[in-house]
Write a protein that binds this ligand. Sequence first.
Ligand SMILES: [Zn+2]
Length: 332
Amino acid sequence: MISYKTLGLVNTREMFKKAVKGGYAIPAFNFNNMEQLQAIIMAAVETKSPVILQVSRGARDYANQTLLRYMAEGAVEYAKELGCAKPEIVLHLDHGDSFETCKSCIDMGFSSVMIDGSHLPYDENVALTKKVVEYAHQFDVTVEGELGVLAGVEDEVSAEESHYTKPEEVVDFVTKTGCDSLAISIGTSHGAYKFTPEQCTVDPETGRLLPPPLAFDVLEAIEKELPGFPIVLHGSSSVPQDDVDTINKYGGKMVAAVGIPEEQLRKAAKSAVCKINIDSDSRLAMTAAVRKALAEKPAEFDPRKYLGPARASMKELYMHKIVNVLGSNDKI
Ligand SMILES: [Zn+2]
């Protein structure tokens, strides 16, 4: 058993309290490789932002859970080296699928876990989440639960259609489980293809697809039920069209990729939403930069020559999200 506290990590409790009060949201960026992690830490330190490093099942399969944990420990030291005396970094399990997975992450130094029982019948979701909370809280590890189902695909998570969170269930769920934050479904969706063209309207000025708006009425109803309780949004990439264009310009084939407009995320960040998950946007920034670098210098074979620009591009994206969308800058 390794406590995250000895690794210099923090849980989400204080961070979320401040974020809800201050009307901003903490970025939760997924990582599965070194360049991504470097970019996240550089951006967080430069903007003086707390940050949540998220590890999904796909990332654990790809990069190894143990290695990722040591990378997060290294990230704390790296942040200090970059000039942040007291970094606020959370290592979070994204979409934990079982008690065993959550326990294994808690035991090896994660400071926060999500248990995703949203696909289960309500009572089973309550029972599973409660079991994880009871274990996690012994070690002061915070737990995110989920109610409602998101559409779209993110690693192993998939759902045919979205079912909004039912506001009348949230108090019961939070009271019975004791979870520290709640992921809800209000129309965000995993992946880079969040909506079909039929669900969108076309912007007459740009010709781009405009997605249906988020269900802010559902969010408001949830906030009314649970005043001040930390709410989480998954599937909140904006799918920057510049990156999609760059990918397509240099040989890619991404058709009708649509995300959540940043104005809507800005609005959400000012509410009780205090954690916003962003994964696809970083994948897009990386892929666009790699494709461009390889296309422009076809003789290049040193991975640092294309992963370097990819890292710079991801850092720029993370800084943009922190400063212009989430508002978590200058909080440490
Ligand atoms: Zn998710």
